[in-house]
Design a protein around this ligand. Sequence first.
Ligand code: HEC
Length: 120
Amino acid sequence: MKRERILQNISLTSILLLLVSCSKVPDCNLPETVHYNSHVADLIEIHCFKCHAQDVYKEKASRVKIFNYETLREMGESGQLMGSVTHKTGYIAMPYKRESKIDSCTIELLKKWVETGMQK
Ligand code: HEC
C-alpha cells in the first residue's frame, strides 16, 4: 500500500471510530432519581439472580452474593458492580462466562444509581 493510501485509511478509521463513540450514549429515558426498590432491584433479579440470588449464590457464584440492597451497595461503592457489568479490566466480567454485556440502558441506569448515592 502506498503511504497516502495508508494515511487515508487511518483518517477514515478515526472518523468511523468517532461516529461510533458519539452514537454510543443511548437515549434511555432514565428516571429523574434512580431508586433501588423501584428501578434497580427488578433489573438485578432479571440479569443476575440466576447465580446471585440468596438460594443459589453459594453454588453458582461462590463467595460473591448479590441479592439485596446492602450487598449491592457495597459492590457499587467498591467499583465492582460497574467494573463487572462494563467488562472493565481488573474485574470479572458479568454476566459470568457470557461474552455479551447486559443492555446499555440497564448499564446506564446502574451507573446513575451508583453516581447519585445508591438510594433505597
Ligand atoms: C451465570 C452465572 C452468573 C450470572 C448470570 C452473574 N454472575 Fe456475577 N458472578 C458469578 C460468579 C461465578 C462469580 C465469582 C467469580 C470468581 O470469583 O471467580 C461472580 C462474581 C461477581 C462479582 C464480583 C466480581 C469481582 O471482580 O470480584 C460481581 C460484582 C458480580 N458477580 C456481579 C454480577 C452482576 C451485577 C450480574 C448481573 C448483571 C451478575 N453478576 C450475573 C456468576 C454469575
